[in-house]
Design a binder for this molecule. Structure first.
Ligand code: FE2
Length: 387
C-alpha cells in the first residue's frame, strides 16, 4: 500500500439524501439561499420523463419565479451555455437549479459562472481563471454516475476544436446537492449501466492515482463496494429504491473523491472520444476502463487486490500480484453482465483520429497523476486496443 503523502482537504457542500427531496425539499433550499427567481436547467429526456412535474408544482406553490432551460445535449457545448445564460439574464435569475445528469449540471455551473463574470467561457478554462464567485447552484442528479453535483468543475465541449475543456475553481462547487433516489424509476437500463460504470471509473481512478489520500481512499473504497453490491440490481430495476439509493450515494462519494484528487488515463482518453465522436461520457469510460486498468496493473501497490475483493472476488489467499488481474476481470464481468459493449466501433469511432485524440488526451492533467507513467505512444496503443 502506498505511503501517505501531503494533502489538503476541503469539501464544503450541503448534501441531502431523501426519497422525495425534489418535491419536498427544493423550495426550502432555494429560500435558504435567499433566491426567488431561478433558472431551472435540464434536458429533453428529463423533461419528457415528467421528472420536473412535481418540482414545478412545488415551485409555484412556494412563490418561486422560474423558467425552464432544457436545451442541453450530451457532451454539452459552449453555445448551449450561452443560450441558457441569455435566459438567466433576461429573467434576472439569482440562483441556478440543475435537474439532470452530468450535462445539465455542467451547463448550470457554466451559466452560474457567466452570470457573474460574463465574457467568453473558453477564457476560464483551467483552474481559478475567473474573477467573481458564480451564482449559487442547487443540483439534483437524475443519473447515478457523474458526481458533478459535488465537484467544483464543469466540462464543456468546444466544438470548433472538438475539445472538452474543464473549468474549475473552489467557488464552482454547488451550494446544495439534493439526492433523491425516488426519481430514478424511469431510467433506461443502458443509461443506468453506463453512468454507473462512469461512477466506478471515478472511484477506481481516484483511488489508485498518484495523489490519492486517506480521505479520498475512504470515499473510493465505499463507492466501489456499493457499486459492486448494487449496480447489477439497479440496471435490472431502476425503481428498486435500495439499489437506486446505493448507486446515488456511490456516485456522490466517487464524485467527492475525484473532485479532490482527480482521475487518470481513462478519463483523459474519454474526453476526446466525446469531443470527436460524441460518444456519451459514461459509455466511453465503461469501454476504456478495463484497458486502462490492465495498463496500470504494473504500478499497483496492493489496491487492485482491495478492488477485486470489493467487487466480490475471493482473492484473500493471494499475494497482491496474484490478485491484481482479478480486479480487471471483475470489472470486465460487471460490464458484460450489464450490457456494456466491448469496443468503441459501435459508436462510429475510427482509427484515423487516434493521433489527434491521443495528443488531446495528453493535454489532460489526469495523465500526470496516472499511477503508471504514460507517453503519447502508450495512449495511442490503448485507443487501438479499445476501437
Ligand atoms: Fe466521468
Amino acid at each position: 500500500m502506498s505511503t501517505i503523502k501531503d494533502f489538503s482537504y476541503s469539501h464544503p457542500i450541503k448534501t441531502v439524501l431523501e426519497a422525495g427531496a425534489l418535491k419536498n425539499r427544493l423550495v426550502d433550499e432555494i429560500k435558504a439561499l435567499n433566491a426567488d427567481k431561478i433558472l431551472l436547467v435540464t434536458d429533453p429526456g428529463v423533461l419528457n420523463a415528467g421528472l420536473l412535474n412535481d418540482a414545478e408544482v412545488a415551485l409555484k406553490n412556494g412563490g418561486i419565479t422560474y423558467k425552464v432551460f432544457a436545451d442541453v445535449e450530451p457532451n454539452p457545448r459552449t453555445d448551449s451555455c450561452y443560450r441558457g445564460y441569455e435566459m438567466a439574464q433576461e429573467m434576472e435569475a439569482g440562483l441556478i437549479v440543475a435537474i439532470g445528469g452530468g450535462s445539465p449540471i455542467d451547463v448550470a455551473k457554466a451559466i452560474a459562472l457567466l452570470m457573474t463574470n460574463g465574457g467568453d467561457l473558453e477564457s476560464y478554462e483551467g483552474p481559478e481563471k475567473y474573477k467573481n464567485a458564480p451564482l449559487p447552484t442547487i443540483c439534483v442528479p437524475t443519473t447515478s454516475g457523474t458526481g458533478s453535483e459535488t465537484t467544483a468543475m464543469t466540462v464543456i465541449t468546444v466544438k470548433a476544436r472538438n475539445y472538452k475543456m474543464t473549468i474549475l475553481g473552489k467557488n464552482m462547487l454547488p451550494n446544495v446537492a439534493l439526492l433523491d433516489p425516488s426519481i430514478f424509476g424511469k431510467m433506461p437500463p443502458f443509461i443506468a449501466a453506463s453512468t454507473g460504470m462512469d461512477a466506478l471509473t471515478h472511484a477506481i481512478e481516484s483511488y489508485t492515482n498518484l495523489i490519492a489520500n486517506p480521505f479520498t481512499d475512504a470515499y473510493g473504497v465505499e463507492a466501489i463496494r456499493l457499486i459492486g453490491k448494487y449496480l447489477r440490481h439497479f440496471v435490472a430495476q431502476a425503481s428498486d429504491l435500495e439499489a437506486a439509493t446505493g448507486m446515488l450515494v456511490a456516485s456522490n462519494l466517487a464524485g467527492i473523491a475525484f473532485g479532490q484528487v482527480r482521475l487518470g488515463n481513462c478519463h483523459a482518453m474519454a474526453h476526446p472520444l466525446g469531443g470527436f465522436f460524441d460518444v456519451p461520457h459514461g459509455v466511453a469510460n465503461s469501454i476504456l476502463l478495463p484497458h486502462t486498468m490492465k495498463y496500470n496493473m504494473l504500478a499497483d501497490h496492493g489496491k487492485y487486490k482491495v478492488i477485486a475483493q470489493l467487487l466480490g472476488e475471493d482473492v484473500s489467499r493471494m499475494t497482491d500480484l496474484e490478485a491484481a488481474p482479478y480486479a480487471v476481470e471483475a470489472v470486465e464481468k460487471l460490464s458484460k453482465d450489464i450490457g456494456i459493449p466491448e469496443n468503441l466501433g459501435l459508436y462510429g469511432v475510427t482509427q484515423d483520429k487516434i493521433p489527434q485524440m491521443s495528443k488531446d488526451a495528453m493535454l489532460s492533467g489526469n495523465i500526470k497523476i496516472n499511477p503508471r507513467c504514460t507517453k503519447l505512444a502508450d495512449i495511442e496503443a490503448l485507443y487501438r486496443g479499445a476501437i
